[in-house]
Design a protein around this ligand. Structure first.
Ligand SMILES: C[S@@+](CC[C@H](N)C(=O)[O-])C[C@H]1O[C@@H](n2cnc3c(N)ncnc32)[C@H](O)[C@@H]1O
Ligand code: SF4
Length: 274
């Protein structure tokens, strides 16, 4: 069984992003984490979870690094008996908030994999996407994480933004491979309803050539493609688990769960799939 926990807070809203996130609700963090705890307790019962039955835990967002490790601690203590000894425990993190303190706090709770939202190492592109970090902050955060002993590190890149050229993307890939990572998620920019970019959809290039270029250059450097957007010498068990149709608990404001033939959505009735 897999578990996904959704953290709906972000420091700023990226122009492409339609995820369920808020930049003005930080005062609800403590209550939200308590509610997550409560929902997890309900879900473990609904899934008839046994000890050592959780293979992977993924904390995603939003921006998990906007919440202090101390607020995660009760949830980790609660999940501990259910987590397998070798469980893959991933958190997403944004470079501006993944401080050394935050990373070391999460490592002490048992997180063994961090997925950083880098998107690009080009300062102008980061600004155009409305990211809250610069290229150096991304490099520093990944190097801190390595120095703290995390087993697996990943970073996200976005391509097919209007200014992207082979030169720019090659630079992103070369910079990524200079860092101590074992995984890259490379996402083609999509224009989502309700985002800033939906007013100017032309900011997305439809360039299949660049898509092949990105995946070839990543694979050439030894990261095997194992899923549409994912490459690595390490393959995330959590990412693969969805494709293997494993059951997953989804906890939080933007999380979906799946058990046998039914999908569970927040705030709506659940839906039978077959
Ligand atoms: C849950 S999101 C964000 C995690 C983290 N808050 C961050 O921004 O780094 C995971 C990834 O989805 C990708 N993403 C989100 N919206 C996208 C879009 N419209 N087009 C392409 N990639 C997108 C980004 O690469 C992002 O890092
Ligand atoms: S990409 Fe990440 S930081 Fe940006 S708005 Fe979406 S969840 Fe928040």
């Amino acid at each position: 069984m897999l578990v996904y926990i959704h953290i709906p807070y972000c420091d700023s809203k990226c122009h492409y992003c339609s995820f369920n996130t808020y930049v003005d609700k930080f005062d609800t963090r403590q209550d939200y984490m308590k509610a997550l705890h409560k929902q997890l307790s309900f879900e473990l019962e609904r899934f008839s979870a046994k000890e050592n039955s959780i293979e992977t835990l993924f904390i995603g967002g939003g921006t998990p690094s906007t919440v202090a490790p101390e607020l995660y601690a009760p949830i980790f203590a609660f999940l501990k008996p259910y987590l397998q000894e070798e469980a893959e425990i991933t958190t997403e993190a944004n470079p501006n908030s993944a401080t050394k303190e935050w990373l070391s706090g999460m490592r002490d709770l048992g997180v063994n994999r961090v997925s950083f939202g880098v998107q690009s190492f080009n300062a102008d592109k980061l600004k155009a996407l409305n990211r809250a970090h610069d290229p150096q902050q991304a490099k520093d955060a990944i190097l801190y994480a390595k120095s703290l002993g995390f087993t697996h590190l990943s970073l996200d890149l976005i391509y097919n933004y209007q200014g992207d050229t082979k030169t720019l993307l090659l630079n992103d890939i070369v910079q990524a491979f200079a860092l101590p990572i074992d995984h890259i998620s490379a996402y083609e920019l999509t224009i989502e309803a309700g985002t800033k970019f939906s007013d100017t959809p032309e900011v997305r290039q439809e360039n299949e050539d660049l898509a092949f270029f990105v995946s070839d250059e990543i694979e050439k450097r030894g990261f095997k493609a194992y899923e549409i957007s994912n490459f690595g010498t390490y393959q995330s068990k959590h990412n693969k688990g969805y494709w293997e149709i494993k059951n997953y608990i989804g906890a939080g404001a933007g999380a979906v769960g799946f058990l046998k033939d039914t999908r569970f959505y927040p705030q709506t009735a659940h839906r039978k799939l077959y």
